[in-house]
Design a protein. Structure first.
Length: 311
């Protein structure tokens, strides 16, 4: 029996790193059942025990307790079905780009909420800083300042000219981190720039749709030269919410949490109720219109989701 770390999952095979070896493993059937609502019972970052087989493969026989999980709603699945992206991570970074594809604040907000729900410190990387110009600059500066003011670290990077790459390396070294974001923002290219030993596959952005082409197809965890691990993950169209009741959503908006006690109703959802401290703060300009609109969009999708699950 050996102990190891799950570094890649593809279909029913799991690569487990242990003492310098990588052992391809299967899992015992009962994990599939214990996985509950999640689509995947064993994920990258999991600590596992493995029974070695004579042919060099292994069988995962037990799963360590997870300190954290990065979770999103499973793509194309009934609402409420979750997909665990990675376990036991110390930090999560949402990657966006200055352009090609365009910065998506709705994606960022959903990611930050889900990281908050699972108590994972989160930050924002805006890649392709070499594409900053008179057109792209003003909106990017607006979003960078907004998220910094909320207390999140915001890094501007360019895998092309190296800007911000050392800062990102410093933030990743010595801990287990995961990156996630839309396809084509340059997640894999940026991680290759951070650590030249990674050699991750990278793709192109379609000139027609200006979107990425989903080059990375499975999540994988990589040792960094200075210590620690980073998980590269496949591009996502959207970061879907799970594990959240509508009245709790505002707790995960950093600028709303401090004013919530001022609402007249303790279960206020801040969209129609009278004497709502959040709506007052939006009217006074201390909570931004953009973030409030994003909140309302999420509230709507959570309410639709609650009905869907009830059927
Ligand atoms: N201009 C510019 N292009 C970049 C930068 N980083 C990555 N790219 C380009 O963006 C395209 C997509 O890069 P990938 O690293 O494959 O993107 P990804 O986010 O990993 O995409 P998926 O694996 O599909 O999720 C490639 O053509 C890269 O060369 C950058 O900093 N500046
Ligand atoms: Mg990639
Ligand atoms: Zn309220």
């Amino acid at each position: 029996m050996i102990d190891g770390l799950v570094i890649r999952t593809t279909g029913s095979w799991y690569d487990v790193a242990s003492g310098g070896d990588v052992v391809p493993c299967t899992v015992r059937g009962r994990f599939r059942l214990e996985g509950g609502d999640a689509t995947n019972p064993v994920v990258i970052g999991d600590r596992v025990s493995v029974l070695r087989q004579p042919d060099g493969t292994g069988v995962i026989t037990s799963l360590g307790t997870r300190s954290t999980v990065l979770v999103r709603r499973a793509a194309g699945r009934r609402v409420g079905v979750s997909h665990v992206i990675a376990a036991n991570i110390d930090a999560a970074w949402v990657i966006q780009s200055v352009d090609l594809p365009r910065f998506n604040p709705g994606f960022v907000d959903r990611f930050l909420v889900m990281a908050g729900v699972h108590r994972i410190p989160a930050g924002i990387v805006i890649n392709k800083a070499d594409l900053l110009d008179d057109r792209t600059g003003p909106p990017i500066r607006f979003w960078a300042e907004l998220y910094r003011d909320l207390g999140y670290p915001v890094l501007l990077t360019s895998a092309l000219n190296g800007e911000g790459v050392d800062t990102l390396l410093g933030a990743l070294t010595g801990r287990i981190s995961a990156v996630a974001g839309p396809s084509g923002v340059g997640k894999s290219t940026l991680l290759n720039a951070v650590d030249g030993t990674l050699d991750l596959r990278t793709g192109q952005v379609s000139s027609r749709t200006r979107k990425g082409t989903h080059t990375t197809t499975s999540a994988s965890l990589h040792a960094l030269k200075g210590g620690g691990y980073v998980a590269d993950t496949p591009g996502l169209r959207e970061f879907g919410l799970v594990d959240l009741d509508p009245p709790h959503l505002s707790h995960y908006f950093a600028e709303m949490a401090p004013v919530l006690s001022g609402c007249r109703f303790p279960n206020c959802t801040h969209d129609h109720e009278p004497e709502c401290a959040v709506i007052e703060a939006v009217d006074e300009g201390t909570i931004s219109q953009e973030r409030y609109a994003s909140y309302l969009g999420m509230l709507r999708s959570l309410r639709l989701g609650a009905r869907d699950v009830g059927r």
